[in-house]
Design a protein. Structure first.
Lengths: 293, 287
């Protein structure tokens, strides 16, 4: 389905009422963020509620719109399932009133799920269990990121993973050395930053790979305190925040013709790239408007 | 019904099925940088919104006349009205940057006692006059009479968009002496307000509020207002008109319900003084 013309879009969203608007807000945690790093905002308080990464350690936890992770319904709601129609993002806005919240980039992702409770404090390979339930065939376009859940210690460590790509071929590994950030705070995507061997927001993929379907294991090069979750997400769209108190907006029909598709069940969360040292308790607000046909 | 294509929208305008509605506020209080403010308690069009009523008793708000923002003639059954254009202007040199939200004021509970720490039971004889299932409806706490500038929490018990009752969520509030200050905070240490109160996980709107319990005193009286956000616009350059055409710029014309009671809430980013005189123009269109 989708929209066959501008007239069709007008008809569907106005005449047929196939439309949903979500107003969201997120409050940065109690620890300041650092410029140059990516952060997972899904655990921030606000509307929707924060993601506490519920689940069994090392076991796949599916996330979707209506049930969240089974304990917290933390994704931005977008109107429920619409099949056989297809849902698309029409426009979006975001703003912060705090000067340290800008400049920055917000990335909207569909969080497929995560493996929680992975320890930073071992060099043994940690076997991940469960088969991801994917909304994108074989994980096409799906990427991995590590969300630090408890503050990491000061020991330097690199991360390695064994994953399956979209073919699927198992045993795929990261093509480069990827360093975690010492003393990373909760919600930091701790392999991202400005230090050597930092990559963000996603872990790099092996040559030729275009997505991840599952992960078999996670291994650290050194033991460090802390725990985190390995998350699997499909990026959708980005929006920059340039100036405090000035709303950034995207019209995804006329300005950036794309009308990104929002799959039924998508668990929509924000990743945040800090261009500044974000002050604690900074508030962010925005809206997403969806149409389907 | 609605518009089936772009031609119908253009033809509606040509046929006179359109209306220009002014908003003007001569004074709007300055609440401080990064604070949300309700423009209702301001002199002009719409008329001053004092949130009058019996304490704790829901008052449904209906617009559609010259005390509110008149949006053109009432339509026949099944016909809908949409926002085609919105423009805003503030004449103060410190008005920019600021962020404006156009809302439909649906219902309010006036005169919540800011010194009463017992559960205040709200009377819901009147219900939401529009968006009646509550989907997309959010709550904001507004200073109705001067209070004190303290941060407190309150427990709000409400019914959500699905009709589930007895849902309780704790809300962080910033007391204020200025009438019209939106008190809702993101958390107890938030550096700025967020205009609507957070809801429990999975909820997408509020159908009614049953009970409010302040956990500390803010003095004065507070109004709890249920609103439906419609659209937003940024004010980036002082003393310039800022405009939005919703067909071209948003890929969608926001629907404006029959008898909508429109109001603006805004967040002023500047550390300067007030917005000064506010002037705004809405253009609606219908089939």
């Amino acid at each position: 389905m989708g929209f066959s013309s501008l007239d069709d879009l007008v008809n569907e969203v106005t005449n047929n009422g196939k439309f949903n608007r979500a107003d969201w807000n997120k409050i940065w945690g109690t620890t300041a963020g650092t410029a140059g790093r990516w952060y997972d905002m899904s655990d921030n308080a606000g509307t929707p509620v924060g993601n506490a990464f519920a689940g069994t350690a090392l076991a796949w936890t599916t996330c979707n719109e209506t049930t969240g992770n089974g304990s917290q319904i933390f994704g931005i709601p977008h109107g429920g399932n619409v099949s056989a129609d297809t849902k698309h993002l029409l426009n979006m806005s975001a703003v912060t009133g705090v000067t340290t919240g800008v400049p920055s980039q917000l990335m909207l992702v569909d969080l497929q799920g995560y493996w929680p409770g992975i320890s930073n404090n071992t060099t043994a390979a940690q076997t991940l269990t469960g088969t991801p339930t994917l909304r994108y065939a074989n994980g096409a376009g799906c990427r991995l990121f590590w969300a630090q859940r408890t503050t990491a210690g000061a020991t330097a460590q690199n991360i390695s993973i064994s994953y399956s790509n979209t073919v699927p071929t198992s045993g795929r590994t990261l093509p480069v050395t990827v360093a975690m950030t010492a003393s990373a705070i909760a919600s930091h995507i701790s392999h991202s930053g400005t230090a050597a061997n930092n990559y963000g927001p996603f872990l790099p993929l092996a040559s030729g790979d275009t997505g991840v379907s599952t992960v078999a294991s996670v291994t650290f090069s050194a033991a460090n305190t802390g725990t985190g979750a390995l998350c699997l997400a499909r990026p959708i769209v980005t929006i920059p925040l340039a100036t405090a108190s000035v709303s950034s907006e995207r019209d995804l029909l006329n300005q950036l013709p794309s009308l990104p598709r929002i799959i039924d069940g998508a668990c929509l969360v924000w990743l945040y790239f800090a261009g500044n040292n974000v002050a604690a308790n900074t508030n962010f607000y925005g809206s997403l408007e969806f149409g389907w046909g | 019904m609605g518009f089936r294509n772009v031609e119908e929208i253009a033809r509606a305008v040509d046929d006179g099925k359109t209306w220009f509605s002014p908003i003007r506020k001569s004074t709007v209080p300055f609440m401080g940088a990064n604070a949300w403010t309700d423009m209702g308690p301001g002199v002009g069009i719409p008329t001053y919104q004092a949130y009058l009523g019996n304490p704790l008793q829901a008052v449904a708000v209906t617009g559609g006349d010259n005390r509110s923002v008149y949006l053109g003639p009432s339509l026949g059954a099944g016909k809908k009205k949409y926002l085609l254009n919105w423009s805003i202007h503030a004449n103060s040199g410190t008005a920019a940057p600021s962020f404006w939200m156009l809302c439909d004021i649906l219902l309010y509970y006036p005169l919540l006692d800011g010194t009463d720490l017992t559960p205040q039971i709200l009377n819901n004889t009147q219900v939401l006059p529009r968006y009646q299932n509550g989907d997309g409806v959010v709550a904001m706490f507004v200073t109705q009479t001067p209070g004190v500038a303290v941060r407190i929490t309150c427990d709000m018990e409400y019914t959500n968009q699905s009709g589930a009752t007895g849902i309780t969520n704790q809300i962080n509030l910033q007391g204020a002496s200025a009438i019209g200050r939106i008190m809702t905070l993101g958390n107890s240490s938030n550096t700025g307000t967020t205009f609507f109160a957070p809801m429990a996980g999975g909820d997408t709107g509020i159908r009614s509020v049953e009970k409010v319990t302040f956990n500390a005193s803010v003095d004065g009286f507070v109004t709890l207002v249920l609103i439906k956000p419609i659209t937003q616009l940024s004010f980036v350059d002082a003393q310039m008109w800022h405009e939005r055409n919703y067909l071209r710029d948003n890929a969608r014309l926001p629907e404006v319900e029959q008898d909508a009671a429109l109001n603006i809430v805004f967040n002023q980013g500047s550390a300067g003084s007030s917005l000064g005189q506010i002037t705004s123009l809405l253009q609606t269109v219908w089939e």
